[in-house]
Write a protein that binds this ligand. Structure first.
Ligand SMILES: Cc1cc2nc3c(=O)[nH]c(=O)nc-3n(C[C@H](O)[C@H](O)[C@H](O)COP(=O)(O)OP(=O)(O)OC[C@H]3O[C@@H](n4cnc5c(N)ncnc54)[C@H](O)[C@@H]3O)c2cc1C
Length: 454
């Protein structure tokens, strides 16, 4: 067993080297903490799913001015891009460019850290815990000893769709983030996309960019589609953390929207969203997820204006159609997919014959359903449990993961989208960069100094 002195000399192991894991590693190295960053896909190292895309048409959905990797240096990404004026700062640059930025930050930090930093290639499958240390075990049998482990596993692919599961690949694409899912598009004539969020927009854009001349039907429960950012940056009138809760808060946001526009009303809530979420009971949170979430999502997670225009052009040309309804059946028929759905509020069934179906239902957060050996192992060991809404792992505000009995653990932590149950608004770069900056300070024992009011 590792003694506590020896354990202090061990690295923090970070499982997942996407944006979250990479930025956590960089921040820890700044404090002189040793790091082992474990990533199963070398192509995705530092970039993760979002910024590991190879498609130039996939743009950031946040303006360049708000994409610095560091909360204490807001202009960092703008300088890296060599952007100097307001027009440039307003741009939505390709996500693959942002991936290059992240990779460069990681390489620079590694070069500086020398032996304190280690990149480990491989899939972490299980974690053993001793009294003072932990051991991460990889699929190839290797192990990494650590003084604590942080799960930065990112966004999981969409939940399997019960109606689509019988349709063979590649007629059915269950994971739209798999690079192969966006190949061979030019010859397709009619494609159905199930789900209408930002990933659906990615798929439609890739079809269009590949020279696809057919039609796309985007099916979702309510037929909503993401709204667009304004052409120029938000002018937000800051508001105090609102006291209101539940329906009264929703009513106040609507009132503000009528006064200053919906973008301003939603953006003004941004600094307070995590606190608002935490102040609500789990019943009220569940009610938000059931009734308001789809509307929140389209107002909050917006398209770059150029992307929105392209989709509108496709709609106007009759090549793109958003449909509200429920998928009833899908099966292979002569090398194609026969799909039927019930339009929202109607009894009749519509049928379509399409060349391919994409599942763009949004990331799954149900730990018991996600196919990931490390989650299966940790659940079986009672080391993790789902948060009450099944959005990810149950963790406290410091990122410490709760075990099956609800006890927080000092040596198993989590960061990024899998902590959505605790913070809700922890999906985009501006929120995650603050979370990992704080987590690094906590793990480095630096949170007691530096303007924190001791
Ligand atoms: C398609 C898409 C586009 C997005 N666009 C934007 C945007 O424009 N702007 C914005 O602010 N946010 C965007 N986001 C939000 C995104 O959640 C965050 O910006 C951020 O990229 C999340 O990073 P992550 O590291 O937590 O997750 P991920 O990027 O998913 O990275 C997790 C990494 O962990 C690795 N991993 C998982 N399990 C293991 C294991 N057991 N062992 C080893 N490695 C493992 C995976 O291979 C992966 O590389 C987007 C998200 C998606 C899905």
């Amino acid at each position: 067993m590792t003694s506590s002195n020896a354990a202090r000399d061990l690295p923090i192991a970070i499982v997942g080297g996407g944006f979250t894991g990479t930025l956590l590693a960089i921040n820890l190295l700044r404090y002189g903490v040793k790091v082992a960053l474990i990533e199963r896909s070398s192509a995705q190292l530092a970039k993760g799913v979002a910024f590991g895309t190879r498609r130039p048409e996939h743009l950031l959905n946040v303006r360049a001015s708000n994409m610095s990797a560091f909360p204490d240096d807001a202009g960092h990404f703008l300088r890296w891009m060599d952007f100097s004026d307001a027009d440039e700062a307003n741009r939505f640059v390709p996500r693959l460019t942002y991936g290059m930025y992240l990779r460069e930050q990681l390489v620079t930090a590694l070069a500086k850290a020398g032996p304190d930093a280690r990149i480990v290639d491989g899939e972490a499958c299980s974690i053993g815990f001793g009294d003072t240390a932990a051991e991460v075990r990889l699929a190839d049998g290797d192990t990494v000893a650590a003084r604590a482990v942080v799960l930065a596993l990112g966004n999981f692919p969409p939940a399997p769709h019960p109606v689509l599961e019988g349709v063979p690949e590649p007629l059915y694409c269950p994971d739209p983030w798999n690079a192969a899912a966006l190949e061979g598009l030019a010859d397709l004539d009619h494609v159905m996309v199930v789900g209408s969020g930002l990933t659906a927009a990615d798929v439609v854009l890739s079809l269009d960019s590949a020279g696809f001349a057919g039609k796309v039907t985007v099916l979702s429960r309510r037929g909503l589609k993401p709204l667009s950012h304004a052409e120029s940056g938000p002018v937000v009138t800051p508001v105090l953390d609102p006291d209101l809760r539940g329906v009264a808060l929703a009513r106040e946001v609507r009132r503000r929207a009528a006064e200053i526009g919906w973008r301003g009303a939603v953006d003004a809530l941004r600094p307070h969203t995590q606190n608002i979420w935490r102040r609500h009971s789990s019943t009220a949170q569940a009610s938000f997820l059931r009734h308001l979430r789809p509307y929140w999502d389209i107002h909050r997670h917006r398209l770059a204006p150029s992307v929105a225009r392209r989709l509108e052009d496709m709609e106007a040309a009759g090549r793109l159609r958003y449909v509200a309804g429920k998928l009833c059946d899908a099966h292979e028929e002569g090398g194609r997919v026969a799909v039927s759905y019930r339009p929202r509020g109607e009894d009749r069934i519509e049928t379509l014959d399409v060349a391919r179906v994409y599942n763009c239902a949004g990331p799954d957060g149900n730990l018991a359903r996600v196919e990931a050996p490390i989650l299966t192992h940790l659940l079986q060991q009672g080391r993790i449990r789902s948060d009450v809404h099944r959005l990810g792992v149950d963790a406290d505000h410091l990122g410490r993961v709760r075990d099956a009995d609800g006890k927080v653990q000092d040596r198993l932590l989590a960061a990024g989208p899998i902590t959505k149950g605790e913070a809700w608004e922890i999906v985009a770069v501006p929120d995650i960069r603050r979370q990992v900056w704080g987590l690094a300070r906590f793990l480095a024992d630096e949170h007691w100094v530096g303007g924190e009011g001791l």
